[in-house]
Design a binder for this molecule. Structure first.
Ligand code: ATP
Ligand code: MG
Length: 396
């Protein structure tokens, strides 16, 4: 094949004893991801995953695009493999990178020789290939300090590889090495970003969404499923648990002092999410909460909300500014969908003057008006589980 991808591993290189397990997981994840694009061989050597199309039918561009969103990979290079001799290397550079080189004002060659049997040193390779290129491209200056374009030559065990500048990988840890989490996913900007961030730490996720039909529309639900689909680009397939929440919200509206509406509602969400999490082997809950953003996100409110569950509640966005969150939302592609106007169940029964410094006792008192256990048991009976894959058609 005349093209191959080299995916360089990130932190996992450092992980001592777990290294082998991490590498195997990553290789499996990449293999699974590539399957969609045809016949690719995926193998791992020298802390690098090689992704090689095996026939002409393979969708190389689609696979390359997908490589940008695989956690556990720090950088990716699209290369031309060639024989390990200087003529073949030079010829590969000319054929594969010559046009891009011609468009640059200046260039240098950077080489790496991990096959120490190769007769030239890295510097020797760079000098010879650089010299030949300079002769063949007299309009492109050599600039070893600040080049506009860099040609890379890697002499590895199996073969030599030439490529242009590497592109950033998705970073993080391979999906599956960090356990499993249940993410409370709303239709807002924050929770999809929180889902992405926890997934980036190698965590498999599933989502829980509370849905209050007819106060919230089918479109609002579709929006959430589409947000989940956008996140699966990074974390692989997931399940979204859609929990019917209407009865609980009505009970809150009818029996709870208004200033505690949001807090009591959020405590119901946490309890139900914890039960779902336990059923599915999730070891933590994740929310998009952010200190100080709204009335229910003061320290006191978050304390009271988290107090009803035993599982740890992780909030990857807790210390970020909205702008930083929006930047990530745009980069991962959820922002546009998040800002579609369909209402969320939180906004349906919003109190005018929410309590910002509640105590546990006050909220427990407010909750004593209803049969919490029965309401939760009913909600647990009424869960729709939707499996989401990135390859599915867009849902909105
Ligand atoms: P987001 O942008 O994620 O909606 P937000 O800033 O609007 O967050 P809230 O509406 O107070 O904040 O919700 C805080 C967190 O509670 C959300 O980030 C999400 O994790 C969870 N949450 C809120 N509404 C729902 C819902 N309908 N279903 C599931 N989780 C929800
Ligand atoms: Mg919200």
């Amino acid at each position: 094949m005349n093209e191959i991808f080299l995916l360089k591993l990130g932190e996992i290189v450092l992980k001592g004893q777990n290294k082998r397990q991490f590498e195997n997981t990553l290789r499996q994840n990449i293999r699974r991801r590539m399957r969609h694009f045809g016949n690719f061989d995926v193998y791992l050597m020298q802390s690098t995953v090689y992704v090689e199309p095996m026939d002409e039918e393979a969708d190389v561009d689609g696979a390359w695009e997908a490589c940008h969103s695989i956690f556990g990979v720090v950088s990716i290079c699209r290369c031309r493999p060639c024989a390990k001799d200087m003529d073949s290397i030079y010829q590969a550079v000319e054929e594969y990178l010559g046009e891009e080189l011609d468009m640059a004002a200046s260039f240098k060659v950077e080489s790496k020789r991990s096959d120490k049997r190769f007769p030239l040193t890295s510097i020797g390779i760079s000098q010879e290939i650089g010299g030949r290129l300079a002769e063949a491209h007299p309009n492109v200056a050599v600039d070893v300090h600040n080049p506009a374009y860099t040609v890379y030559v890697e002499v590895r065990d199996l073969s030599a590889y030439v490529h242009g500048p590497a592109e950033p990988g998705a970073g993080g840890l391979p999906t599956g090495v960090g356990g499993r989490a249940a993410v409370l996913l709303s239709g807002g900007i924050d929770s999809p970003v929180a889902a992405y961030m926890i997934a980036k730490r190698g965590v498999e996720i599933e989502c829980v969404h509370f849905f209050s039909y007819p106060y919230t529309s089918e479109q609002a639900k579709a929006k959430v499923l589409e947000l989940a689909r956008l996140v699966t680009k990074y974390c692989g397939r997931m399940t979204v648990n859609i929990v019917g929440f209407t009865k609980i919200q009505e009970a809150i509206r009818d029996h709870c002092p208004e200033e505690y509406f949001t807090l009591v509602m959020r405590r119901f969400m946490m309890r139900i999410s914890e039960q779902i999490a336990r059923q599915d082997g999730c070891k933590c809950l994740v929310t998009g909460e952010n200190l100080g953003q709204v009335a229910s996100q003061t320290m006191e409110a978050m304390g009271v909300t988290g107090a009803v569950v035993e599982l740890p509640v992780f909030m990857p966005l807790v210390g970020m500014d909205k702008e930083e969150i929006v930047t990530i939302a745009r980069r991962i592609g959820t922002f546009e969908t998040s800002t579609l106007p369909y209402e969320d169940c939180c906004t349906v029964f919003t109190p005018k003057h929410p309590k910002t410094k509640p105590t546990k006792r006050q909220v427990e008192e407010a909750e004593s008006a209803f049969d919490v256990e029965t309401l939760i048991a009913e909600a647990m009976e009424n869960i729709e589980k939707v499996t989401i894959r990135y390859e599915d058609e867009p849902i909105l």
